[in-house]
Design a protein around this ligand. Structure first.
Ligand code: AP5
Ligand code: MG
Length: 223
């Protein structure tokens, strides 16, 4: 099964994908996490990706598509994959459809998360993430703090703030989303696989609620 997490920065793609991974046993694959791991390790890919990420711009399509093509071949994603943050352009979506068609597969669900912009900025500046690449658990110093400040509840790793999580870069990331990624909403709507969910404190619906609903439906064979 192929699930795509779509949505502006900070809408909760990583949070919901994490819950879905736990409940369904499908593998969460975040292109942002792959780039950040490469930055940490100082690889050539990391250097290239960082030059775009610090400005809130997208990493070029050819580079990003190849990463996902390779990842889709690996054994741990054969049961199911939750693509978190890919595709992000129409060219990436077209490439994904072509790759999947060759394997006799298709996109089963696109989960489009929406959150009011003021709430996004508030969330992003208070986000902390576990620096352990095997864990990467997401916290929020206001909404979802760790039990001990600065330490991951799950693995004891150090919690850090992402380099692109400042107010200036987040505004650029939102603008990039509006310009280059938001056309994918209509694109997947046309394909009949779009499901839009508002994740907002305003309506008291949290990422866990959405993941519970979807995991329940999938387990009951409703997709
Ligand atoms: P990426 O890592 O994908 O970042 P993003 O899209 O900007 O999204 P975020 O990870 O910031 O937010 P999220 O939606 O996962 O929210 P989260 O669950 O953490 O990409 C980073 C960069 O990499 C891009 O800018 C680009 O340069 C590059 N890149 C990546 N993929 C690419 C691609 N395909 N093509 C080209 N370039 C690519 O939640 C946010 C915070 O809110 C957390 O603190 C969380 O605890 C909190 N929270 C979550 N849900 C709720 C809720 N319901 N109520 C209150 N707080 C909540
Ligand atoms: Mg994320």
């Amino acid at each position: 099964m192929i699930i795509i997490m779509l949505g502006a920065p900070g809408t909760g793609k990583g949070t919901v994908a994490g819950f879905l991974e736990q409940q369904l046993g499908f593998k969460q694959v975040s292109t942002g996490d792959i780039f950040r791991k490469n930055i940490q390790e100082g690889t050539e890919l990391g250097k290239l990706a960082n030059s775009y990420m610090v400005k809130g711009e997208l990493v070029p399509d050819d580079v990003t598509i190849q990463i996902v093509v390779d990842r889709l071949e690996q054994p741990d994603v054969q049961k199911g994959i939750i693509l978190d943050g890919f595709p992000r352009t129409v060219a990436q979506a077209e490439a994904l459809n072509t790759i999947l068609a060759k394997k006799g597969q298709k996109v089963d669900m696109v989960l489009n998360l929406t959150t009011p912009e003021e709430e996004i900025i508030e969330r992003i500046v208070s986000r902390r993430v576990c620096e352990n690449p095997e864990c990467k658990t997401i916290y929020n110093t206001i909404m979802n703090p760790p039990k001990q400040e600065g330490i991951c509840d799950k693995c004891g790793g150090k919690l850090i703030q992402r380099q692109d999580d400042n107010e200036e870069t987040i505004k650029a990331r939102i603008a990039t989303y509006m310009e280059q990624t938001s056309p994918l909403v209509a694109y997947y709507q046309k394909q009949g696989v779009l499901r839009t969910e508002e994740v907002s404190q305003r309506i008291g619906r949290l990422g866990k609620d959405i993941a519970d609903d979807i995991a329940g439906e999938i387990k009951n064979g409703n997709h």
